[in-house]
Ligand binder design. Structure first.
Ligand code: HEM
Ligand SMILES: *[C@@H]1O[C@H](CO)[C@@H](O)[C@H](O)[C@H]1NC(C)=O
Ligand SMILES: *[C@@H]1O[C@H](CO)[C@@H](O)[C@H](O)[C@H]1NC(C)=O
Ligand SMILES: *[C@@H]1O[C@H](CO)[C@@H](O)[C@H](O)[C@H]1NC(C)=O
Ligand SMILES: *[C@@H]1O[C@H](CO)[C@@H](O)[C@H](O)[C@H]1NC(C)=O
Ligand SMILES: *[C@@H]1O[C@H](CO)[C@@H](O)[C@H](O)[C@H]1NC(C)=O
Ligand SMILES: *[C@@H]1O[C@H](CO)[C@@H](O)[C@H](O)[C@H]1NC(C)=O
Length: 495
């Protein structure tokens, strides 16, 4: 008898807690996506039935209100749909939305605590101000010779395999690991020349989303911050990151001893440290500098290599677009004698192709912010509490037919000189926007364009029976991928 009473009390308590947690939005009069038990809106993601890309699009499409309340597990999160409100959150009132809601504990994970992506408030401001000068166009121009070497290696790699059908995610990954090792760590990794490159193996471990421990850690960082402390999780694999730090330190030492100047990211970081003033709020040491180089790797490698392989995939499916791009590449190459920095920036069609690729394949399907204080939306009078997550549904905006007619169609013309002005601001966000946008945008775009220039000029990419069409997304992956990969045939074109 007593047992039944106890059980009854416990059930009532659980019901009360459940109601309290999941009435957050209804009690505030915010339109909301109905949560499913304790999984909130992401049940299909948790059970790996649907890719997060589709879940975000589905919720976005279900509503037409400026914002929608959702639950990520038990965490109330506001999905903001209206471009006008996004302008305020990302730019105008940025001061009130400075942080991403990610948990990092400096004593347990010093590397992650000192990276831009996770840093908060004053620390983020100091760090961002310091690192921004590393990515100016002047600095990018100095790195072009280093990138060119890797792009030519990529060209040679394809030349040796002309006539074959290749899996391109694997190929472009070798290229981006080569470039970032060269630019951020000052070492040549030769992934394109050597299939068993040591760096490639370590790099794969660092942020290996196929490893259960790594995926679990990353999931906790974003969704269950409490577990991060309990299990002392680190964002990146410890052995792999130690290896990178050692590499970074030895490069710095070698350069100082031999007075080597390469103008790459490592030199830029080292200059920042040398020019530090006593009064600077944020100061670098070796670990903090290595943390930056590591972050460039973690944030730039997958994003860039996937963008390149998706571009080649769409070019293979759209031969007319591919031919037109090749025409532009050949003309520009003939004019400049090489793909110089200026040559790359001169090419309008290449820019259109890359932009349309990032519209259809926005790798980070959404952006994150959180409120640093209470915030009232003037339009609706609704006041958001402090420390609430904001989700910007990039995947939803990029496929909204109102902003991008016939959104499933790959069409670079959307970004032509006459059409691009019709794109409504804050509906195209592949690199985010505002003071906390992607700091590596110029670098990522340049690396992508160099790869496309040096490959599409000399090789045709063709669809075969092995090419996955349409491309289903692997629900277990955080990125947009299909386990079967992106297979295309490489054919050398007549000069
Ligand atoms: C095509 C390639 C890339 C894409 C699509 C991409 C996309 C993004 C996006 C969407 C964000 C979040 C922006 C926001 O919240 O508003 C971001 C942040 C960031 N990205 Fe990238 N990225 C790319 C390449 C790179 C590269 C090459 C680097 C470094 C070398 C890099 C470093 C970063 C960093 C450090 C942040 C955090 C910035 C901060 O919080 O201050 N990204 N990226
Ligand atoms: C960070 O982790 C340490 C050790 O696990 C713990 O003592 C400390 O309270 C944590 N700090 C914060 C801010 O959670
Ligand atoms: C680089 O990208 C590949 C997949 O494209 C991934 O396996 C690897 O972990 C990444 N390396 C780093 C350092 O993020
Ligand atoms: C936002 O958080 C998710 C996980 O919650 C993460 O995968 C993603 O990289 C973050 N994106 C941005 C742009 O901050
Ligand atoms: C392509 O997108 C970038 C930002 O991602 C923008 O600066 C550029 O102007 C766009 N180009 C075209 C042709 O729309
Ligand atoms: C990958 O693409 C192929 C071909 O379209 C498709 O049959 C497969 O189901 C996709 N994989 C996933 C996980 O969706
Ligand atoms: C990529 O390469 C690795 C190792 O070389 C291989 O195990 C994997 O199956 C390849 N991936 C695809 C999709 O072909």
């Amino acid at each position: 008898m007593m047992f039944v009473v106890y059980m009854g009390c416990i059930l009532l308590l659980l019901y009360y807690l459940y109601q309290k947690t999941y009435s957050y939005w209804s009690s505030r009069g915010v339109p909301f996506d109905k949560p499913f038990l304790i999984f909130g809106s992401f049940f299909d993601v948790a059970t790996r039935k649907k890719h997060i890309f589709h879940v975000i699009r589905d919720i976005y499409d279900k509503f037409d209100t400026p914002y929608v309340g959702i639950y990520i597990l038990n965490q109330p999160t506001l999905m903001v749909r209206s471009p006008e409100l996004l302008k305020k959150i990302l730019v105008k009132d940025f001061d009130k939305f400075v942080n991403r809601k990610v948990a990092v504990n400096e004593s347990v994970d010093p590397i992650a605590a000192h990276t831009l992506f996770t840093a908060k408030d004053q620390m983020w401001r100091g760090l961002r101000a310091k690192i921004s000068p590393v990515f100016t166009s002047g600095k990018m121009k100095l790195m072009v010779p280093l990138m060119k070497q890797c792009a030519e290696d990529l060209n040679a790699y394809l030349d040796q395999r002309a006539g074959e059908t290749l899996e391109f995610r694997n190929v472009t990954k070798k290229y981006t690991v080569d470039i970032i090792s060269s630019c951020a760590f000052g070492v040549s990794s030769y992934c394109l020349k050597d299939d068993n490159s040591e760096i490639m193996q370590v790099a794969t471990k660092l942020l290996d989303l196929k490893s259960f421990v790594r995926s679990f850690s990353i999931f906790c960082f974003f969704f269950m911050p409490k577990l991060v402390d309990i299990f002392r999780l680190t964002l990146l694999d410890k052995v792999a990151s130690d290896h990178f730090i050692k590499m970074f330190k030895s490069t710095i030492a070698e350069r100082q001893n031999k007075n080597i100047v390469r103008n790459d990211l490592i030199d830029q970081l080292n200059n920042l440290k040398d020019n530090e003033k006593f009064t600077d709020e944020y100061k670098f040491d070796d670990i903090k500098m290595a943390a930056q180089a590591l972050e460039f790797f973690a944030a730039g490698n997958d994003t860039t290599s996937l963008t390149i392989s998706f571009a080649l995939y769409e070019l293979a499916l759209n031969p007319t677009i591919q031919d037109r791009l090749r025409q532009e590449l050949k003309e520009t190459f003939a004019k400049h004698g090489d793909f110089t920095y200026d040559a790359i920036y001169e090419m309008k069609y290449l820019d259109m192709v890359v932009n349309e690729t990032l519209r259809m394949y926005p790798l980070t399907t959404f952006l994150n912010r959180s409120t640093t204080t209470k915030y009232t939306f003037e339009e609706t009078g609704f006041t958001l509490d402090e420390d609430v997550s904001i989700l910007v549904p990039v995947a939803g905006l990029h496929f909204d037919a109102e902003y991008f007619p016939d959104p499933e169609k790959y069409d670079p013309e959307r970004f032509s000189e006459e059409n691009k002005n019709k794109i409504q601001p804050y509906t195209y966000l592949p690199f985010g926007d505002g003071p906390r946008n992607c700091i590596g945008q110029r670098f990522g775009l340049l690396v992508t364009k160099m790869a496309l220039a040096y490959t599409v000029k000399d090789f045709a990419f063709e669809r075969t029976a092995a090419t996955a069409v349409p491309l289903g997304l692997d629900p277990a992956s955080l990125f947009l991928e299909n386990k079967t990969g992106l297979h295309m045939k490489v054919v050398k074109v007549k000069q």
